[in-house]
Design a protein around this ligand. Structure first.
Ligand code: UDX
Length: 436
């Protein structure tokens, strides 16, 4: 089966490469000529473990190709996926759908055969209806069906998530749409991945409900962590204690500096906007968004406290280990590190940092921070070392070397990757999240 993937960013490229690996014939399309040129040379536009090898082997096998021409790319495709960005619209948090609609228009103008048009981009309820209207208005004579098929890919684990999904959600309104999607996902069907067929609007909402629920779970445990610090309890044991209840589940109960990334912040805001538009308030999600935002800044203040408070921090040195919103990605979008760095530099603290993949993208976002080649250079002369992202490289630091290099052995561990007793016996003043 021939599949066209319009948009060769994170979702489009991972999905396209995985579909090709399943044996489909895939063309990834993107307007950005330099991105397509680099893909032809085997250079990935994003950092995702395993993606370069997957792309290379499928290009070699002749199942995966790249083009800037949408008309050429969608020719003969039975399924045309729209996988372009839906950033938060400036000002109101509504998802910006201009890229999705522009693609729909171009598809309508160029359609040369019957095809199913699938929105993989995260789009608010009703977007599929609008895409359908645009295609109808284009005057195309070919049969088409508009389907919703949201992605649930975690950055850093996207290929595994694609190939072994917890579930596949397909929102289709007719048999043509359902039948083609059945073929597209047949290889996963054979792997017994659960597939939920539903209506298009329901499918669109499932994606937002899933991300809002996960963001809520994280924010809940983060607030419990604050309470643990006050009452002298241990949040990790609280997580275990509640997570063993099957109704709650153990995942996404890891307390930290607040969620970030390309999905949760943007999708929760977009859900709030939809709720407002339909006059159906989602107060829990409202609270989650506010709580998470203020938490990121609170993490900066936690570091300032270790420096004797904002009024005494000027001229002191702080080192940040990890900048990306989570490990195994170079993605800096809405990373808590940005708010932490800002709070520190605002108070006159001299900040240095190291991140295995994120520094190039982080640099313009935190111009006053000195980026270093490795963790040990970053901590030289520091009055406080803060672990912001739990990269494996920080899990087993040479603590004797750290102690020799820093000005004061003070560590703030925002990801709870060290054991408080071990750190104290190693001679550190150590603070973490939700543990005494
Ligand atoms: C998320 C969803 O998991 C995915 O299904 C969706 O399609 C896109 O958004 P991603 O943003 O890549 O994926 O990362 P994820 O691993 O889910 O982490 C999101 C954020 O939550 C990170 O900032 C992470 O550090 C934080 N987090 C996650 C916690 O603070 N605690 C947890 O227990 C889990």
């Amino acid at each position: 089966m021939k599949i066209a993937m319009v948009g060769s960013g994170y979702v489009g490229l991972v999905s396209g490469a995985c579909f090709a690996d399943f044996g489909h014939d895939v063309v990834c399309i993107d307007k950005d000529q330099s991105k397509i040129d680099r893909l032809h040379e085997g250079v990935m536009p994003i950092y995702e473990p395993g993606l370069d090898a997957l792309v290379e082997s499928n290009v070699k096998a002749g199942r995966l190709s790249f083009t800037t021409s949408l008309a050429e790319g969608i020719k003969d495709a039975a399924a045309i996926f729209i996988a372009v960005g839906t950033p938060s619209r400036r000002g109101d948090g509504h998802a910006d759908l201009s890229f999705v609609y522009a693609v729909a228009e171009e598809v309508g103008e160029s359609l040369a055969n019957d095809a199913v048009v699938v929105t993989k981009s995260t789009v608010p309820v009703g977007t599929g209806d609008e895409v359908e209207r645009i295609l109808k208005d284009s005057g195309t004579t070919h049969k088409f069906s508009v389907v919703s098929n949201p992605e649930f890919l975690r950055e850093g684990a996207a290929i595994g998530d694609f190939k072994h999904p917890d579930r596949i959600v397909i929102g289709a309104e007719d048999d043509f749409g359902r039948d083609v999607m059945h073929e597209v996902y047949r290889p996963l069907f054979l792997n017994e991945s659960p597939i939920l067929f539903t209506e298009r609007r329901t499918s669109e909402l499932i994606k937002y409900a899933a991300n809002a629920f996960l963001a809520t779970k994280i924010t809940f445990i983060n607030e419990m962590a604050d309470l643990c610090e006050k009452v002298g309890a241990n949040v990790q044991d609280v997580s275990r204690g509640i997570g063993m209840d099957n109704r709650i589940g153990s995942k996404f109960l890891h307390a930290g500096p607040g969620y970030g990334g390309s999905c949760f912040p943007k999708d929760t805001l977009a859900l709030l906007k939809t709720a407002e538009d339909y006059d159906s308030p989602t107060r829990i999600v409202e609270a989650v968004v506010k709580t998470n935002e203020s938490r990121k800044r609170a993490m900066g203040r936690k570091v300032l406290d270790a420096l004797g408070g904002a009024e005494n921090a000027r001229g002191k040195k702080a080192a940040l280990l990890g900048l990306t919103f989570k490990p195994n990605t170079d993605d800096m979008r809405d990373s808590p590190a940005i708010a932490v760095a800002q709070t520190l530099t605002d108070a006159g603290v001299i900040v240095s940092a190291y991140d295995p993949e994120g520094m190039e993208i982080a640099k313009p976002l935190m111009p006053d921070v000195t980026m270093c080649d490795n963790p040990y250079t970053a901590i030289e002369g520091a009055d406080v070392v803060t672990i912001v992202t739990e990269w494996d490289a920080f899990r087993a630091l040479d603590l004797n070397r750290v102690k020799e290099l820093v000005a004061a052995p003070v560590m703030i561990d925002l990801r709870n990757i060290y054991n408080p007793e071990d750190m104290r016996s190693a001679g550190f003043t150590y603070a973490s999240i939700g543990r005494n």
